[in-house]
Design a protein. Structure first.
Length: 335
């Protein structure tokens, strides 16, 4: 079997020609960065002029939540893509080095930091003496915080064992704990809210972590024929994940911002402003995903789809950061 190289895009276009995909990727990323300026700069710009007070340690809590979400996505994505790869006939046995142990360590540290905040009455501790570890066992939030700490610890141990697939169970426990934490019992229909968050967080972790590991796997497989097949299989599942993320995100937003107040709250509240930035980022991510799928199906070399897919990973990194900030901001309407 012989391998043929696809014709160069710069042939006959002059000495100053450049790949058209690069320019479009740069343009999209510039728009994404501009859209993400408010949440990336932190809670202060988002709160400016809203009349809402910034809670102590909002920036630090947002950072810890971002690390926790990222640490959750990496191992979940690896398990997901490895399962897809096993279903492909003729797939090479080589896999990229797992980042799951490092992600579990980062998640453990982030969960520990968040637990210390809960242990001081949701205040940033000034010293270790302010942390009431025993008090964590007496509150719902404290128990959920401990569950997340232990979940990442167990996931790390499983990731370094001979059966890394077992980490799916502690990771699932972390997702359930995070879904329950996001909706206290004082909220209207908290179980419904937790269910929406559970689906949203699970699908987002599969999408973000799965795309990252799929691209790493393609680099390991290089010119193997199974590479485009893996990316295509991931793309089909990702379309379903995107639909589920969109549906649950819209439903969760409507629960906190009724239809008649959405327009005002998107500009007049910190939560609404960051949510609007997240929506803009998600539109950009969806456009990049669509671009990658079109290239995968129509380009002479299907692996050119990796160009927009890499940009999609970068944009998803911003989405994770915005999501972390969104969880630390005051909810505009309290039931």
């Amino acid at each position: 079997m012989t391998l043929t190289r696809p014709p160069s895009r710069t042939t006959g276009t002059g000495r100053h020609a450049r790949p058209t995909g690069t320019g479009r990727t740069v343009a999209v990323l510039v728009l994404v960065v501009l859209a993400a300026l408010i949440p990336v700069l932190g809670p202060s710009p988002a709160l400016h002029g809203t009349g809402e007070a910034e809670a102590p340690g909002t920036g630090g809590i947002a950072l810890l939540r971002t690390v926790l979400f990222a640490a959750l996505s990496v191992p979940v994505g690896e398990l997901f893509v490895n399962r897809l790869a096993r279903s492909l006939p003729g797939a090479p046995p080589q896999r990229p080095r797992s980042w799951a142990p490092y992600a579990a360590a980062a998640g453990f540290v982030a969960a520990l930091g968040l637990a210390s905040v809960v242990a001081t009455g949701n205040l940033v501790p000034d010293s270790a003496a302010d942390i009431d570890v025993g008090g964590l066992y007496s509150t719902r939030d404290g128990k959920l915080a401990l569950l997340e700490v232990n979940g990442f610890l167990a996931a790390g141990l499983c990731a370094t064992s001979r059966r890394p697939g077992l980490q799916v169970w502690p990771l699932a426990a972390v997702i359930v704990a995070e879904a329950l934490r996001a909706h206290p019992t004082t909220e209207y229909s908290p179980l419904l809210g937790s269910g929406l968050t559970l689906v949203h967080l699970t699908c987002a972790s599969l999408w973000v972590g799965g795309l990252l590991y799929a691209l790493r796997t393609l680099r390991t497989w290089r010119e193997a024929a199974a590479g485009p097949a893996l990316l295509g299989l991931y793309a089909r599942v990702a379309a379903v994940l995107l639909a589920a993320i969109t549906a649950t995100g819209v439903c969760s937003s409507l629960r906190r911002m009724p239809p008649g107040t959405i327009v005002d709250q998107l500009t007049d509240t910190a939560y609404g402003r960051v949510l609007l930035a997240k929506v803009i980022l998600m539109v950009a991510v969806a456009a990049l995903a669509l671009w990658a799928r079109i290239r995968l199906g129509r380009a002479a070399d299907p692996l050119t789809a990796c160009v927009p897919a890499r940009a999609e990973v970068a944009a998803l990194g911003f989405v994770v950061a915005v999501s972390g900030l969104l969880t630390a901001l005051p909810v505009p309407i309290r039931w």
